[in-house]
Design a protein around this ligand. Structure first.
Ligand code: BGC
Length: 335
C-alpha cells in the first residue's frame, strides 16, 4: 500500500454544495477516510492479527444517509460548539444569560440543530493528513462570538489516528469539541460489541438525572458497572437493572479520567479477542463519554457535559485572549 493522501468527490448536498472524501493511507495497511461534511471519519480500516483488514468504525456509504438518517447518531463527526448536553440550552456567562437552540427534548445536545457535524469544512491535504477549518459565526445556534476552528487529522506510521483541535474567538464563549466515532473492532456490521474487553482509566464519573443532565456531583465508580479500571468484557456489565445503567438505558456516561497533568495521557484501551485488534486512546481532555448503543462504542474525549452550568467542573470558557487546544490519539495494534 502506498502511503499518502488523496481525495475524490463523495456527493452533493441538497443545496448544491459538493462534499469530498479524503483518504489517508499509511505504510502498514491502515486507511482512514475523512469527509469534508462534518469532518466525519467515514471509515478506519485496520488489519487484524492475521493481516486481514476490516472497517472498525460505523459509517455510511453515501452522503444522503449522513444527511437524512434518523435518529441522528453523529457517526464519526466532529461535534461542537459544545459536545453533549447543556441543560435547558441556557447558561450564564459573565453575568449574561446565553440561550442556545434546544434539539434534544428541552435541552441542547452536541452543538444544536445544525452543529459542526452538519457543516461543510474547508479542507486541505498535508503530509499524512488533512486540515479542516470552519468559522462558526457569532450567534450560531445561540453561541456568542465568531469561532475560528481548525481540526487536523493525521494518520501516523504507528497506525494511529491523531486529532488536533484548535479554536479562537472574538468574544467570550464556551467550547467543548470531540469526535463521535463508534468503534467495533470485530468489524462494522459484525454485531454487538459485548465481546469487547474495555479498560478506562477513570475512578470517577459525573452522575446524571433522567434527562442525562449531570447532577453536579462527581462520584466514585467503585461498586458500579462503570468501574472499568481493569479489563472488563462489556457483556458482563450490560445489566440495565443497575441504577446507573437504567437511567441511561445502558452505557452513556461521562467518566472522569485519572490524570497526572495537562498533557496527553492514557484514557482507554479496548481489545477484541476474536480479531486481536486493540485500540488505545490517549487524550489531553479531562473526561470521556463512554456510549454503547449495541453494535458500536464511543470514546468521546471531552470536557464534562453541562460544564457551563457547573462552575465546579473544569472550565469550558474560551476568551478572546486564549486559544483552545485539544488532542486525542486513537492508536491501533494487534495482540
Ligand atoms: C450522548 C448520547 C446521545 C448520543 C447521540 C452521545 O454522545 O451521550 O446521550 O444519544 O451521543 O448519538
Amino acid at each position: 500500500m502506498t502511503a499518502g493522501v488523496s481525495s475524490q468527490p463523495f456527493g452533493v448536498l441538497p443545496d448544491g454544495r459538493a462534499v469530498e472524501a479524503y483518504t489517508l493511507t499509511n505504510e502498514h495497511g491502515m486507511r482512514v477516510v475523512i469527509l469534508t461534511y462534518g469532518g466525519i471519519v467515514q471509515s478506519i480500516e485496520v488489519p487484524d492479527r492475521h493481516g486481514e483488514p476490516a472497517y472498525v468504525t460505523l459509517g455510511f456509504a453515501t452522503l444522503d444517509e449522513y444527511v437524512t438518517r434518523e435518529p441522528h447518531m453523529y457517526r464519526g463527526a466532529i461535534v461542537g460548539r459544545f459536545a453533549n448536553r447543556i441543560a435547558h440550552g441556557e447558561f450564564a456567562l459573565d453575568g449574561r444569560t446565553i440561550t442556545l437552540a434546544t434539539n434534544r427534548g428541552k435541552h441542547h445536545l452536541h452543538g444544536g440543530s445544525t452543529g459542526f457535524d452538519r457543516r461543510v469544512w474547508t479542507t486541505r491535504p498535508v503530509p499524512q493528513g488533512v486540515v479542516l477549518t470552519y468559522t462558526s459565526t457569532d450567534g450560531e445556534e445561540g453561541y456568542p462570538g465568531t469561532l475560528d476552528l481548525e481540526v487536523t487529522y493525521t494518520l501516523t506510521v504507528e497506525n494511529a489516528l491523531r486529532i488536533d483541535y484548535r479554536a479562537s474567538t472574538d468574544k467570550t464563549t464556551v467550547v467543548n469539541l470531540t469526535n463521535h466515532a463508534y468503534f467495533n473492532l470485530a468489524g462494522a456490521g459484525s454485531g454487538s460489541v459485548g465481546g469487547h474487553v474495555v479498560e478506562i482509566n477513570a475512578s470517577r464519573f459525573t452522575p446524571v438525572d433522567e434527562d442525562l443532565i449531570p447532577t453536579g456531583e462527581v462520584a466514585k465508580v467503585d461498586g458500579t458497572p462503570l468501574d472499568l479500571r481493569t479489563p472488563t468484557a462489556l457483556a458482563s456489565r450490560m445489566d440495565d437493572a443497575h441504577p446507573e445503567l437504567r437511567i441511561a438505558g445502558g452505557f452513556d456516561h461521562n467518566l472522569v479520567l485519572d490524570r497526572t497533568g495537562p498533557g496527553l495521557e492514557p484514557a482507554a484501551r479496548v481489545t477484541e479477542p476474536g480479531s486481536g485488534r486493540v485500540l488505545s486512546a490517549h487524550t489531553t481532555e479531562p473526561g470521556v463519554q463512554f456510549f454503547v448503543p449495541g453494535d458500536g462504542l464511543t470514546l468521546e474525549t471531552q470536557h464534562f457535559p453541562d460544564s457551563p452550568n457547573n462552575p465546579q467542573f473544569p472550565s469550558t470558557v474560551l476568551r478572546p485572549t486564549q486559544t483552545y487546544t485539544s488532542t486525542t490519539i486513537y492508536a491501533f495494534a494487534v495482540t
